[in-house]
Design a protein around this ligand. Structure first.
Ligand SMILES: [Zn+2]
Length: 121
């Protein structure tokens, strides 16, 4: 039997739970984005907490306004859970990751152009 390096589901569950707990505590104490605090420019993830919260409350439009890539979070979670092998074809996983990356980049560019336009005008 080949030796596998895959992480067990128990360790993944623990990691997901810890990450969710840390994220929840940071959100509850309104811990500011360090990138935004340091630079005054939003990071690619800014607004994701508010978007996720709005989505959990069923406010889809509000969630999209906060961060349109909020719907990629479950997909990213599934990709992590499956060790990057969500599909049977590796190219499909790579294509999905590239699509998510392009989506984040497009949202970030649009957000930055809005930030800079408001500073110029
Ligand atoms: Zn941020």
């Amino acid at each position: 039997m080949p030796k596998t390096t895959a992480v067990s589901w128990q360790k993944k569950s623990l990691a997901f739970g810890l990450a969710a707990a840390v994220y929840g505590v940071l959100w509850l104490i309104r811990f500011p984005c360090l990138f935004f605090t340091a630079t005054g420019v939003p990071c690619p993830g800014c607004g994701m907490s508010r978007a996720l919260w709005a989505l959990l409350q069923g406010h889809i439009g509000e969630a999209v306004r906060w961060h349109p890539m909020v719907f990629s979070l479950p997909v990213i979670g599934l990709l992590i859970w499956t060790d990057g092998a969500l599909f049977r074809r590796p190219w499909a996983d790579r294509l999905l990751l590239i699509g998510i990356g392009v989506g984040f980049l497009a949202c970030y560019v649009m957000r930055l152009s809005g930030v800079w336009l408001t500073r110029i005008i």
